[in-house]
Design a protein around this ligand. Structure first.
Ligand SMILES: [Zn+2]
Length: 305
C-alpha cells in the first residue's frame, strides 16, 4: 500500500517510517508515502519535549555533585533511559529507540522531580548488525555496562533504579544484568546493597501506548520500525522526518536469529510495520500517554519494598 501524509503544520508532504522494536517482534505491512518536495522541517520549538528535557534541572549530567548530594537527602531513586542505535527501516532514525526513551525519561523526571541519568544510547542490537549504522553491544558487554552504571550510582547512595527502555531487544539482557549486579553489590559489601532494586519500564509496552497504537494503526503497527515510535521521533525532531519508497508488502512473524538471517527475512528492516502512517501529532499523543503511565509505574516502584 501507499500512504501519503500531509503534515499541515509544516505545509509539507511527507512520509514517515516508524519503528518500535517489540520484544516479540513481528512484521507488518509495508506502506509508503512519497513526496516530490524536499522536506523543510521547522526548527525546534522551545516547547518540544527534547528541549524541555534539556532545560529541566533533574538531569544528572547538568547537575553538580553538590546538587546530586542534596537530591540524595530526599530520594534514592533514579531513572536511566536506555535505547539502541540500530536500523529502523527506510525512514526511521537510527537513534529512534534512544531518542524515544530519553524524551520519555526526561518527561517523567521533570514531572516527578526525579533525577535522570545519562542515556545509554547503545544496546543489544546484534540482529540488526547487517544494516549500516547499527552499533551494538554483545549481551555480555551490556551486562558489564549496566553493572557499572548501577554500581557507581549505588556507591553514591542510589537504591532504586528505573530503566526506561526503548528497545525490546534489551529486555532479556537488562534482566540478566540486574541479577549479576545484585550479586556484585553484595560481594562488595556496600552498606546499601540489600536495598538496591532495579526495574525496566518499556514505554512501547505501556497499556495506553498499546491501545493508542491499536486504534491508530491496527495490525500495521507491526513490531519494528513501528508507526508509533516513528511518530514519537517526528514529534521530537520534526526537522529529521524522512521519506523513502516503502514496499507494499512487508514481512512479519519470523523468529529472530542472526544478523544475516534477519536481513534476508526483513530486507528493508521493517517487521510488519507501516511507518508511513505516523504523524508528529500522533507522536505527541504517544509521548503524553507514555509519560503519564511510566510516571505511575515509577511511583509504584519507588514506594514498593
Ligand atoms: Zn525501535
Amino acid at each position: 500500500m501507499l500512504y501519503a501524509h500531509i503534515y499541515t503544520k509544516i505545509h509539507t508532504l511527507i512520509t514517515f517510517d516508524n519503528e518500535i522494536y517489540r520484544e516479540s517482534g513481528i512484521g507488518k505491512k509495508g506502506v509508503i508515502a512519497n513526496s516530490p518536495l524536499p522536506i523543510t522541517p521547522p526548527p525546534h520549538h522551545p516547547t518540544t519535549p527534547s528541549l524541555i528535557g534539556e532545560n529541566n534541572d533533574m538531569l544528572l549530567h547538568l547537575s553538580t555533585w553538590y546538587e546530586v548530594q542534596e537530591y540524595l537527602y530526599r530520594s534514592q531513586g533514579i531513572i536511566i533511559p536506555i535505547g539502541s542505535t540500530e536500523q529502523h527501516g527506510p525512514t526511521g532514525l537510527i537513534g529512534t529507540d534512544a531518542i524515544c526513551a530519553e524524551a520519555i525519561a526526561r518527561g517523567v523526571g521533570e514531572q516527578l522531580k526525579v533525577m535522570v541519568a545519562p542515556t545509554i544510547n547503545v544496546g543489544m542490537a546484534l540482529h540488526h548488525a547487517a544494516f549500516p549504522g547499527t552499533i551494538s553491544l554483545r549481551p555480555s558487554t551490556m551486562i558489564l555496562v549496566i553493572g557499572e552504571y548501577i554500581t557507581s550510582l549505588a556507591k553514591a547512595g542510589f537504591n532504586k533504579f528505573f530503566f526506561i527502555n526503548g528497545h525490546g531487544g534489551n529486555i532479556a539482557t537488562l534482566k540478566a544484568a540486574f541479577s549479576e549486579t545484585y550479586t556484585i553489590l553484595a560481594d562488595l559489601n556496600l552498606p546499601n546493597a540489600h536495598l538496591v532494586q532495579c526495574q525496566v519500564g518499556n514505554w512501547f509496552m505501556a497499556s495506553g501506548v498499546y491501545q493508542l497504537a491499536k486504534e491508530l494503526y491496527g495490525n500495521q503497527e507491526g513490531s519494528h520500525a513501528t508507526p508509533s515510535e516513528v511518530a514519537l521521533t517526528q514529534y521530537l525532531y520534526p526537522e529529521a522526518i524522512k521519506q523513502a519508497p516503502l514496499a507494499v508488502e512487508v514481512a512479519r512473524g519470523h523468529q529472530i536469529y542472526g544478523a544475516a538471517d534477519f536481513r534476508r527475512r526483513y530486507p528493508d528492516g521493517r517487521m510488519g510495520s507501516n511507518p508511513a502512517l505516523a504523524t508528529p501529532e500522533h507522536g505527541q499523543q504517544f509521548y503524553e500517554v507514555a509519560v503519564k503511565e511510566l510516571s505511575n509505574s515509577y511511583l509504584e516502584f519507588l514506594n514498593s519494598y
